[in-house]
Structure formats: C-alpha cells, structure tokens
Write a protein that binds this ligand. Structure first.
Ligand SMILES: C[S@@+](CC[C@H](N)C(=O)[O-])C[C@H]1O[C@@H](n2cnc3c(N)ncnc32)[C@H](O)[C@@H]1O
Length: 297
C-alpha cells in the first residue's frame, strides 16, 4: 500500500475497526448518551413545535455521517416521546455501517420509524437532491455528529444543511472543540496532513455562522480518550488507536521508530495529556451547536 492509499477514510473496513477501538477507549459513547438523555430534550426537542407536523405528517429527520447509528438511534428515541410518527433519512458512505445501523434500528422502541438509508457521501446526496425537488424533501431535524471533519467546504456544507431544513426546524452539529490543535505539536513531529489534531473543529463552525449572521446556541462537553495502549508497540488496540489519531492505515508500520518515539514523547507531555490511575488520557472535548431556522409566521 503506497502512501496515497493509506488515508484511513478511504479504507472503509479499517476505518470502522479503528473507530470502534477509538470508541472503546474513549468516554465518547457514554458521554454522548448522557447528553442525549439530559441535554438534547431541552436544547432541541422542546424547541420543535408540534405545529410542524400538523395535518398528520411525520416528523422528518436527516442524519449525515451516522456510522452504525449509535447516536442517531438515541436522538430519535427522545424525539419519538414527543413526535410518535418519525421518518428518518440517513446519509452514510460506508456499507458496513449501514448494515450495522439496520441491526440497531431493529430494536423494539424504533420499530415505528420509517427509515431511508442512502449509502453515499453528503456531496453526492445533496447534488441528487437539488436535481429533484428540495422543498418537498425538507427536514424538521438535521444532524451531523462528528462527521463534518470529512466533508469539504464547511461554509458551503452548512448552507446546504440549512437549505434542507424546514422553517422552525433545527440543525445540530457536533464536532471536537478547538482544544485539539496541531500547533501544539512541534513542527519536527511528522504527522500526516490530515489527522485528529488538525481536523476542523467547533470554532471553525462558529466562525462560519458568525460570518453568515446565523444565531446559534452551544454546549461544550468534556471527554477523554485513554491512549495508554499506543505506548505499547505490540498492542493491537494501540496500533488501531494510532491509526485513528493519525487518520492513516498502519501508521505504526510505515513510520520509523524515531518518528513514533517523537510523537509518543509529545503525547505524554502534560499540556496534551494527563495521567489518571496510571493511564494516559488525551482530552477530547466536543461542542454541540444548535441552530433553529426562523419560522415564518
Ligand atoms: C467519526 S465517524 C462519526 C460517526 C457517528 N456520527 C458518531 O458520532 O458515532 C464519521 C462518519 O462520517 C462518515 N463520513 C465520512 N465522509 C462523509 C461524507 N462525505 N458524507 C457523509 N458522511 C461521511 C464516515 O463514514 C463515518 O461514519
């Protein structure tokens, strides 16, 4: 595999394995679940007016980059308590994730949901949509959870998300907060061009929204990932974690031991990680940004 083919995102099976390992060592799922139960009903569901579905229409939701649907299923469960009729469209490029999503969606509490899965990238989905008829396919709730890192042209994408939203509908964007900063890695550390530390973050979204004069609300949530296995070169989980952090397949095997040692040295410095019960914890806070499209009266 040459360096051009090592981009993690282009290797679907490897991406899914690396992301699973990342989730196993991070507090991501636990914290997202808590957020979905405690905060989501207040910042999103309460604000969706019952009037949106007058006349027996279903509440239409759109999830972008949903992977296996862990988070989407939680959010839709909350929405169902207020809106019992939901139609949910999912845009996810990886087939294996769509298959896993279908298994997750088979759970009893979600059986009433009408699902539409699209195995494609956002850009393709939106282009196809504009060829048809956006007004008849607008949504009341649109979410992109930890997927905007991978979609090019942030401003254009946010405008497209908003174009798909009904008046009074809500857009939820979740992304890492701006603490992750490649500038905190000394230049001598040889990281791939795209990696966990220099991807887009919530600050970039907020800048776009301010430029477009779009009001938003935001909540910041503390989260950590245990990167201890990265320090054991024989640990398979450590190798996968490294691949997810560097967004490159077999990062460990393709770099010289000196490069790896340099990165690990940096990763163990106290301004980037902390040591808790002998574990090296990398801070991975994220932010939820909520935008409600103004309802015309
Ligand atoms: C970090 S995962 C997040 C998954 C899930 N939303 C979660 O938070 O657990 C990123 C997801 O974005 C998807 N993705 C990558 N590029 C995309 C694109 N251009 N359009 C839509 N989704 C994309 C990936 O396939 C992957 O499922």
């Amino acid at each position: 595999m040459d360096s051009n083919n090592r981009r993690l995102l282009d290797n679907h099976n490897h991406y899914a394995r690396a992301f699973d390992v990342f989730c196993k060592y991070s507090s991501k799922h636990e914290i997202l679940s808590k957020w979905a139960e405690e905060v989501f009903p207040k910042v999103v569901v309460e604000k969706l007016s019952k009037g949106l579905v007058e006349g027996g229409t279903k509440l239409r939701t759109l999830g972008i980059g949903s992977a296996s649907g862990f988070m989407d299923c939680k959010l839709i469960s909350c929405i169902l308590r207020k809106f019992p009729d939901v139609c949910s469209t999912i845009v996810e490029p990886m087939l294996s994730y769509i298959d896993r999503f279908k298994e997750n969606a088979a759970e009893e509490s979600l059986l009433s949901v009408e699902w539409h899965w699209n195995q494609t990238m956002w850009q393709q989905y939106y282009d196809d949509l504009t060829l048809t008829d956006i007004p008849s396919t607008k949504f009341h709730f649109v979410s992109s959870i930890h997927s905007l890192y991978y979609i090019p042209n942030l401003e254009k994408t946010i405008k497209e998300f908003l174009a798909c939203l009904e008046d009074g509908g809500i857009l939820l964007l979740i992304l890492s907060s701006d603490y992750s900063d490649v500038r905190r890695f000394p230049k001598r550390c040889q990281l791939p061009d795209e990696n966990f530390f220099n991807q887009k973050n919530a600050e970039d979204i907020k800048q776009v929204l301010k430029t477009l004069s779009i009001p938003f609300e935001t909540t910041r949530v503390e989260s950590f990932v245990d990167i201890t296995p990265c320090f054991d070169s024989n640990n398979k989980d450590g190798q996968m974690l490294f691949d997810f952090l560097m967004q490159e397949v077999h990062f460990h095997f393709n770099k010289s031991p000196i490069v790896i040692e340099d990165i690990l040295k940096r990763l163990s410095e106290p301004d980037l990680t902390s040591t808790v019960d002998g574990k090296t914890m990398l801070r991975n806070d994220w932010e939820a940004i909520v935008i409600q499209k103004k309802q015309e009266i």
